[in-house]
Design a protein around this ligand. Structure first.
Ligand code: NAD
Ligand code: ZN
Length: 344
């Protein structure tokens, strides 16, 4: 089969022929229909500092997908040949302390699809059946592939109730844009979206942002205070991974407000903990992965019901062999979500 493989501990990847993987007793073979590119995949391609510390070649990359079950192991009971599936990318163990206490997303033994386990940028993929999610028939393949990052946005937006709240969203990458649509659909009364990329801010307007702001051109703190009668916002959602943006968020969050953090910082962050967190009595949530599988139910309902229309965010589609074109657009910030057609 054809696959995108990271073979060397250096910049780059290869689109090559590799053996089709074999399945174990509780595994499933999936023919991938569509995969989508995450920033993590670009980090692995570019061999960033994070990738050098975390990734061990050789490995087929990718962790977002939709595909069809084509073969099942003898002990598989939950899925059948022909089912259209996606999967939780945190391949959890199911028996550690966290898995048994309702925090599967931080399983002590989890393996990350496309990093610790061969990934989705391939014609076929093998997964254990317990991580599979059977897709709602109303969700097209082009949307089903993005459920994994959409779930990150669901858990960030909905770590607490957001209805009739004022919200600042920092970062309008694909996940910040999903979050904008989710916040709108969930009844946020004012959504301010900040990003230095005007192309992405324009998608944000379509997704429901009431005010879009470019921190290169505007004073975000002043703008938010003016828009909220000097109260600041009830909720700040951080999807930028920028220390500067985080500090803007901390300055404008109203005392007693809520901060949810998904963005990942390249370095240790510098914040005024006493003034901006403790004396403001903030509630802070760190978000990683998705709740298994309650977030998948929410994601599926947002998408299948039409509550959130993600078509403005899915800006580009390429055949798998042209994955580098998608990665270039992502580095240049000239896209929303980029998806890759793998099978027919
Ligand atoms: P992305 O890189 O496409 O988006 C980040 C956006 O932030 C970009 O559009 C960028 O222009 C913007 N930005 C940069 N500086 C800014 C500033 N000062 N103010 C406002 N915006 C600024 O990433 P994505 O795929 O949308 O993911 C969002 C973040 O979530 C990333 O940091 C990613 O690493 C992280 N992430 C975390 C998890 C997790 O489990 N915690 C999972 C997936 C992604
Ligand atoms: Zn576990």
């Amino acid at each position: 089969m054809k696959a995108v493989v990271k073979r060397k501990s250096a910049k780059g990847m290869e689109f090559v022929e590799v053996p089709t993987p074999k399945i174990g007793l509780r595994d499933v073979l999936i023919k991938v229909s569509i995969a989508s590119i995450c920033g993590t995949d670009v980090h692995i391609y570019d061999w960033s500092r994070w990738a050098q510390q975390r990734f061990i070649p050789p490995r087929i990359i990718g962790h977002e997908f939709v595909g069809i079950v084509t073969k099942i192991g003898e002990e598989v009971t939950r899925v059948k040949i022909g089912n259209r599936v996606s999967a939780e990318s945190h391949l959890y163990c199911g028996h550690c302390y966290q898995c048994q206490n309702g925090s599967i997303e931080v399983c002590q033994n989890f393996k990350l699809l496309g990093v610790d386990h061969d990934g989705t940028f391939a014609e076929f993929l093998v997964l254990p059946e317990h991580v599979l999610w059977k897709n709602d028939p109303n969700i097209p393949d082009e949307w089903a592939t993005i459920q994994e990052p959409f779930g990150n946005a669901v858990d960030t937006v909905l770590s607490e109730d957001i209805s009739a709240k004022t919200v600042l969203i920092l970062g309008a990458g694909p996940i910040g844009l999903f979050a904008t649509g989710i916040a709108k659909a969930s009844g946020a009364s004012l959504i301010i979206l900040s990003d230095p990329n005007d192309y992405r801010l324009n998608i944000g307007k379509i997704m429901g942002a009431d005010i879009t702001a470019n921190p290169k051109k505007q004073d975000i703190v002043k703008l938010v205070l003016e828009a909220t009668k000097n109260n600041g916002v009830d909720v700040v959602l951080e999807f930028s991974g920028s220390n500067q943006a985080l500090n803007q968020g901390l300055k404008v969050i109203t005392p007693g407000g809520r901060l949810s953090l998904l963005g990942i910082y390249e370095r240790r962050v510098n914040i005024d903990f006493n003034k901006d967190v403790i004396f403001k009595k903030l509630r802070i949530y760190g978000i990683t992965g998705r709740k298994v599988f309650s977030t998948w139910y929410k994601t599926s309902r947002f998408l299948s019901s039409g509550l959130v229309d993600v078509s403005p965010i899915i800006t580009h589609q390429f055949p798998l062999k042209d994955y580098e074109k998608g990665m270039k657009l992502m580095r240049d910030g000239k896209c929303g979500k980029v998806i890759l057609t793998v099978g027919e």
